[in-house]
Design a protein around this ligand. Structure first.
Ligand SMILES: [Mg+2]
Length: 178
């Protein structure tokens, strides 16, 4: 398979109903969860990077930096938890209860392989008070403007390699040199 065939197959299988995707992005709850998910991934990457520098480049372990990245991760986790209506202490408790269900006494490889997913789900939902009601969904019409601006900017880039352009975001103009 050559790169062109590969790319054609990639594009054939890409989810590309951008109107539908844009409308699913158009609520505050999804935007907040996406912000949290992006942040958790990038902060986990920073934590990993600090370990990589120790293991592969011989730098000393920077405990303060690792603690800082844990705090950054927690910040994003708190945003997601708040959006989902679960207080952090409830999440901690449910997590431990789930693991107690999986490993009666302590970790064992045998029990790690034979998971009772239905039972674990039960533990996550049953014995605890239900999550707080979710806040009402708030429409974020700005998202469609951002997508439109991005598509226009991309189309312009294809035709003009000049890179200085202005993108409208939320009614504000932002200078973008990229
Ligand atoms: Mg960080």
């Amino acid at each position: 398979m050559n790169p062109t065939e590969y790319t054609e197959n990639v594009l054939r299988t890409e989810s590309n109903d951008f109107n539908a995707i844009g409308s699913r992005l158009g609520t505050q709850d999804v935007v907040r969860l996406l912000h949290a998910a992006m942040g958790m991934c990038t902060e986990a990457g920073e934590f990993m990077d600090a370990l990589k520098k120790h293991v592969f480049y011989g730098r000393p372990i920077d405990q303060v930096n690792l603690m800082e990245e844990l705090g950054d991760l927690l910040w994003y986790i708190a945003i997601a938890a708040s959006e989902l209506g679960f207080p952090l202490d409830g999440i901690m408790e449910r997590n431990i209860n789930k693991l107690k269900r999986r490993y009666a006494e302590k970790f064992s490889e045998q029990e790690a392989f034979k998971r009772d997913l239905v039972g674990e789900r039960q533990v996550l939902t049953d014995p605890q008070p239900p999550p707080q009601p979710l806040p009402p969904r708030v429409a974020v019409p700005i998202i469609n403007n951002i997508i439109e601006s991005a598509v226009t900017a991309q189309a312009q880039d294809l035709h003009t390699p000049t890179v200085h352009r202005t993108i409208a975001i939320g009614g504000k103009k932002e200078e973008n040199n990229g």
